[in-house]
Design a protein around this ligand. Structure first.
Ligand code: PHE
Length: 342
């Protein structure tokens, strides 16, 4: 019995056949266990002789099994070391990191500059009703400005005659929402997505604006001009950048001004902050009394300025990007070209 198992163990090819042998030999119903059971039929004298022998046999088989098992494991490891190897001198596979989209990055820059001047950041819904997008901003139902906005209207059921919701055409509705929320005095900017049905090199149906609003006892156009000049100097990193306020018209401001910044074209290249050309960057003005009223702010006690600026537009100017549509194409080569991606 002893030799039979020791030979078998020595010849076992893998751990599975070793396990089979273990069960056969020293398992609960194995050959050694059967022999142990026969001890009961023996005389005490016989038992004294055979018992210890069987125990010794069991120990011997167990240690032979353990030794063989260790040997097989070593062999398996050697085999793996021989077949599985890694050339650590090969160059690694590169992985590109994700980055912040230029529009998000510029929005954060703008917010940080206005934060230094005491403006907090607010947000409003992109799906608006026409009260906030138009009426409250002094654009009544048949006002021509409604046409000028190329508004996207949301569908309503045929039997629902309430006015449709709209995709907001500008961030100005946030003026009303913020006045309702906090009342005066107030100093806030509101960046976000806006929508107009328009598409060419400088227009996409979705784009980004940043609204600014400051209401106080004696806020004036002079404050507006200072705040905007501070902003442009910081954003374009050009001290003393010149601005030009052109008389204009918006239903929600009186007086109204469109604001240009100084620029020039050299060999077809735009240069901001030098020369004697002008580039339009935003609309602004003193908040119309009806707008203050619509937001629950008493126009006899308070006055304020507001402005609305295209975020994508100033990003194009700052980074010399010619086509607005590229912002929303998600082309990594484009992002990399302008240094926005690793
Ligand atoms: N909402 C205007 C637009 O989208 C911009 C603007 C905002 C003008 C605030 C004046 C005051 O064109």
């Amino acid at each position: 019995l002893r030799q039979k198992y020791l030979d078998a163990i020595a010849g076992a090819a893998d751990e599975a056949s070793l396990e089979d042998l273990r069960v056969q030999a020293v398992g609960k119903k194995g050959e050694v266990a059967l022999k142990m059971r026969e001890l009961g039929k023996m005389t005490p004298e016989e038992r004294l002789v055979v018992g210890p022998k069987l125990n010794a046999l069991k120990d011997e088989i167990n240690s032979a099994l353990a030794a063989k098992k260790a040997g097989l494991a070593d062999k398996a490891l050697d085999e793996r070391l021989r077949t599985e190897w890694l050339d650590v001198t090969l160059p690694g596979r590169g992985r590109r990191e994700g980055t912040i989209h230029p529009v998000s990055q510029v929005t954060e820059e703008v917010a940080a500059i206005f934060a230094d001047m005491g403006f907090t950041v607010a947000e409003g819904p992109q799906i608006e009703n026409d009260w906030y997008n138009f009426d409250a901003l002094n654009i009544p139902p048949h006002h021509p400005a409604r046409q000028e906005f190329d508004t996207f209207y949301m569908h309503r059921a045929a039997d629902d005659d309430r006015p449709p919701h709209v995709l907001r055409t500008h961030t100005s509705p946030v003026q009303i929402r913020e006045m309702e929320k906090t009342g005066a005095p107030i100093r806030v900017i509101a960046p976000g997505r806006v929508y107009r049905s328009d598409y060419d090199q400088t227009h996409t149906p979705m784009f980004h604006q940043i609204e600014g609003m400051a209401i106080g006892k004696d806020i004036s156009m002079a404050n507006l001009k200072w705040v905007l000049e501070e902003f442009f100097a910081a954003f374009f990193e050009i001290d003393g950048i010149k601005t030009r306020f052109r008389a204009s018209h918006f239903p929600f401001t009186e007086p109204s001004a469109e604001v240009d910044i100084q620029c020039s074209w050299v060999d077809g290249q735009l240069r901001i902050g030098e020369g004697d050309d002008w580039m339009e960057v935003l609309g602004s003005g003193m908040m119309h009394p009806k707008v203050l009223q619509a937001g629950g702010v008493d126009p006899d006690k308070w006055q304020g300025f507001a402005f609305g600026m295209g975020i994508d537009r100033i990003a194009m100017l700052k980074y010399g990007i010619p086509d607005l549509r590229a912002f929303f194409d998600s082309d990594l080569r484009w992002l990399r070209h302008y240094g926005f991606s690793a």
